[in-house]
Design a protein around this ligand. Structure first.
Ligand code: ADQ
Length: 465
């Protein structure tokens, strides 16, 4: 069996102790790495004055983790810059927030070279290499330059944008061409895969060869591999002692009100302002029931080095304050807004206590919160999921109440419907979604991807010759 190497910007391997905040994705990748005696490679999260290429290697719960330190300039140009000020907003349809700074592109290329140069000596001939996300699109090209002939796969966790948007990126051809140095390119949904194919067919005069894509003198396998959550484990966690404790604390504080929750990284793609506007619309137009609900939005801050994130944080502080100012009473605040990170078992308790989850991103590769919410519900009395049609998860969770997140009226209408939904309809909708999140869980995703990568018979060398 080939060894597996996972490469991602940050390494989040569980240590085996005190891992309560490590997500399902990290757990699933670690499990695969243990099984394949693998290696997880990425940035240490630390910066150094001068890049040395020195590796920090440690064993974390049966997995070898190798990380490298980057320079402060790398962090600014590659991570905060090209990854999070250029690719992230553009791929989430926020051209207005996209920065086209040349130094960011240069920093991005430089860090990908640094990753490749540090990783290449660790690669053995039969290793399978699985590269994750938009930070590392050119990594295979850099590895190929160093003579690496292994099977290399890429997986994009975020949307692939429509063709007309992609061409607004200076240097888009070079970026897309570098994806053809992989053997397998995976997307979250069939829509994103199609958007990628459309770009290649029109911009690069590519052709489909069966289900593979040929362009730039290379052929790659392309596929949709919708990511899942550790559903069975999450369902178990929702019954754990700590989840119960959290559940009870929350129930005690709702004073018999129906709890509506939102759980998201604080990010403009998650539609938090639009969601609050939808909730406000609900409050304004339903005076008879408005005192019977509470909206809890949990949004841990992220990417604080990027201005757009500081700005949205300030806007949300003021918006939640304004809604409370308008509607609160001596015994009730309609919005509770917290920026804390929680343990996974506590989150499971939060999900279970909620009557409704509002998962309304403006764009989202998948959205794991929607799936975690479903996994954590009490089968005898499940809550209702309100889901944005622009989340990748909408493809699979078809029994959710689907909304356009840009419409406060639709959000308010869905809230009204969810709060009034009878038990039999709630159970019927939930059961189908639960079946889906359990079947298409994170392990199924990983096995499908690694299986497809292992099946690539013709390696890069065979195709190139
Ligand atoms: P994210 O944009 O981070 O992921 P999401 O898929 O929702 O979005 O995952 C967030 C994770 O963080 C969830 O597991 C959630 O439980 C956790 N989380 C959120 N708030 C938390 C809190 N307060 N405390 C602790 N944990 C919290 C990117 C893409 C998504 C894609 C994933 C995986 O943007 O579209 O689904 O990768 O591919």
């Amino acid at each position: 069996m080939s060894r597996l190497i996972v490469v991602s910007n940050r390494v989040n391997a569980p240590t085996g102790k005190g891992d309560e905040t490590v997500g399902g994705l990290a757990m699933a990748l670690s499990a695969a790495l243990r099984e394949y005696s693998g290696l997880w490679f990425g940035w240490s999260g630390k910066t150094t004055d001068k890049f040395t290429g020195e590796l920090n290697v440690e064993r974390c719960d049966g997995v070898t983790v190798a990380t490298l330190d980057l320079e402060e300039t790398d962090l600014n140009e590659y991570y905060n810059g090209y990854a999070n000020k250029t690719l992230w907003p553009l791929f989430h349809y926020r051209q207005d927030l996209t920065a086209y700074d040349r130094s960011y592109g240069e920093g991005y290329e430089r860090v990908n070279q640094r990753f490749a140069e540090t990783l290449a000596p660790l690669i053995e001939p039969d290793d399978l290499i699985w590269v994750h996300d938009y930070h590392l699109i050119p990594l295979a090209r850099e590895l190929r330059k160093l003579g690496v002939k292994n099977r290399i796969g890429f997986y994009l966790h975020i949307p692939w944008p429509a063709h007309q948007l992609m061409v607004t990126l200076p240097g888009h051809q070079k970026l897309v061409q570098s994806l053809f140095d992989y053997d397998l390119v995976g997307f979250q949904t069939a829509d994103y895969r199609q958007a990628f194919e459309e770009y290649v067919l029109t911009e690069a005069k590519g052709v489909m060869v069966g289900s593979d894509l040929r362009a730039f003198g290379r052929t790659v396998k392309v596929g949709a591999f919708p990511i899942g959550v550790d559903a069975a484990e999450f369902a178990e966690m929702a019954k754990s002692e700590r989840a119960w404790r959290t559940y009870n604390v929350m129930m005690a504080h709702t004073a018999f009100r129906s709890l509506i929750i939102g759980v998201d990284r604080l990010d403009y793609s998650k539609g938090l302002e639009e969601r609050l506007a939808g909730f406000e619309h609900f409050l304004a137009h339903n005076p008879d029931v408005r005192r019977e609900v509470l909206f809890l939005q949990i949004a841990p801050v992220s990417r604080e080095g990027v201005e757009a994130y500081q700005e949205i944080r300030a806007r949300l502080d003021s918006l939640s304050g304004r809604i409370n100012g308008e509607y609160a009473d001596i015994d009730w605040n309609p919005v509770r807004y917290v920026n804390k990170t929680y343990r996974r078992d506590e989150l499971a308790g939060v999900y279970r206590a909620a009557r409704v989850a509002l998962v309304t991103p403006l764009r989202d590769g998948m959205n794991l919160v929607a799936k975690e919410f479903v996994a954590a519900q009490n089968p005898d009395d499940p809550g209702v999921l309100i889901l944005s049609r622009f989340a990748g998860a909408a493809d699979q969770l078809k029994q959710a109440l689907m909304v356009n997140p840009n419409s406060p009226e639709e959000i308010a209408e869905a809230l009204k419907r969810a709060l009034a939904m009878d038990l039999s309809e709630r159970v019927a909708r939930w059961a189908e979604m639960f079946e889906n999140v359990t079947r298409e869980d994170v392990n199924a995703w990983r096995d499908a991807y690694v299986g497809a990568l292992s099946d690539v018979r013709e390696t890069h060398t065979a195709l190139a010759s």
